[in-house]
Design a protein around this ligand. Structure first.
Ligand code: ADP
Length: 394
């Protein structure tokens, strides 16, 4: 099994990815130079990764039988999303397949309540919070945390879905009642005046070796990450603290693979928001912007192979996400014009355009942040269907 993989030289490792979205697609790309065999379990044959994978199993990633049948063919199984149902995780554990990250780590990543409790147990800085489950006195909690109050569904949310900001106690009560009636715990958090949002990746092997990536700033609009910028504009001690936090969470969660830690800066202080235990949108910059991309690193880590260097390849890197524009214009129409922008590395995920949908991203490495950001934004806007400025017409 995989334990021998670190020393074996003849066997081609067979990795299985449950899910076939853009993260799986970019992981496949990183697997090519390592000559890995990678299969994906795709919901549909036209999922982003299924379109490019050489081994595609079509089946529901939410169906325990389909997931186990897929996993049994692989040496190691990983995930391109967190929202793997508990029944699937349990079935994978029962089948004895090699899961990386483990089911326990996945359960932590799926649950904001569990994360808050682990972070607080490690004495990491977090916004003041209360866990609301079952019958609770919302007014009392609001009295402690103040208004507005941030309410988060402990499980099932992503990209800001599952997060509410209530300005009044009765509004908070209505949201909490609705969620608790559906059996969903709520994390109530003090609303903090966020000055910046940051993210940091760490990769960890089963043997415990870990390496951190540079701290980045993430710019979020309506709960969706729009831009990622390196270096993060924070003093060096803040960056060092973020690194230390990321390492401690990686160790405490026993993660194997990539872990992304999302942080806030409020009142000049770092606060831990949440984690993801897979390659992350905030790390796409690493494909061109670091010596080893997060996708290659995830593969190295889950195979218990030596981790690669994470140093930046340029003084400044900016990644801008391509979101479907209001007219749902097809990015192929503007691709050649976007490619005319100096240094623009375009990644399209092969998804049909819909307003607001993440269709791809553009990364630019440059001598300074402003240049990198300006070029990446221009290319991403073109791909989203913005009018083509005269000076960049091909
Ligand atoms: P998701 O898991 O859906 O990404 P997050 O927990 O990251 O949800 O919250 C979404 C966004 O809501 C954050 O990016 C941040 O802008 C805002 N937010 C979350 N928690 C707080 C808080 N305690 N105070 C102020 N804003 C917050």
């Amino acid at each position: 099994m995989l334990g021998d993989m670190a020393t074996a030289t003849t066997k081609r490792a067979h990795v299985g990815i449950v899910g076939a979205g853009q993260l799986a697609r970019m992981t496949l790309q990183a697997a090519i130079p390592l000559a890995l065999r990678v299969g994906v379990l795709a919901e549909r044959p036209d999922d982003g990764a299924a379109l490019v994978a050489s081994e595609v199993s079509v089946g529901s990633p939410n169906d325990p039988a389909a997931v186990v049948a897929f996993a049994r063919q692989c040496d190691v199984v990983t995930f391109d999303h967190e929202l793997v149902p508990p029944a699937c995780l349990n079935a994978l554990v029962a089948a004895g397949v090699c899961l990386r990250p483990s089911a326990a780590t996945m359960r932590l990543a799926q649950n904001k309540r569990a994360q808050r409790e682990v972070f607080a147990g490690l004495d990491l800085p977090v916004p003041p919070f209360r866990i609301l489950s079952g019958a609770v006195d919302v007014e009392e909690v609001v009295g402690i945390l103040g208004l507005p109050v941030v309410l988060k569904a402990a499980s099932g949310g992503y990209d800001g879905q599952g997060v509410w900001i209530a300005d009044r106690a009765d509004e908070a009560r209505r949201i909490v009642d609705e969620l608790t009636a559906r059996g969903i715990d709520v994390v109530a958090e003090q609303w903090v005046p966020i000055e910046r949002e940051l993210a940091i990746l760490v990769a960890r092997r089963p043997c415990g070796d870990a390496i951190v990536y540079p701290l980045v700033e993430t710019i979020q609009v309506d709960g969706i990450c729009r831009e990622v910028v390196l270096p993060a504009p924070v003093p060096a001690p803040v960056a060092s603290e973020a690194e230390a936090i990321a390492r401690r969470i990686a160790e405490a969660s026993s993660v194997v693979g990539i872990l992304a830690v999302e942080l806030f800066v409020a009142g000049g202080r770092l606060l831990v928001n949440e984690i993801a235990t897979r390659p992350h949108n905030s790390g796409h910059y690493s494909i061109e912007g670091c010596v080893t991309s997060q996708f290659e690193q995830h593969l190295r880590a889950i195979l218990d192979w030596p981790l690669g260097a994470t140093a930046p390849t340029a003084p400044a890197v900016a990644t801008v996400n391509v979101l479907g524009g209001p007219t749902a214009a097809n990015p192929f129409a503007t691709l050649p014009v976007a490619l005319a922008i100096e240094g623009a590395h375009v990644h399209l995920y092969g998804k049909g355009p819909r307003p607001g949908r993440k269709l791809g991203h553009v990364t630019v490495c440059a001598a300074d942040v402003e240049t990198a950001r300006r070029r990446a934004r221009a290319a991403a806007e073109l791909l989203s269907g913005a009018p083509i400025p005269v000076e960049v017409k091909p």
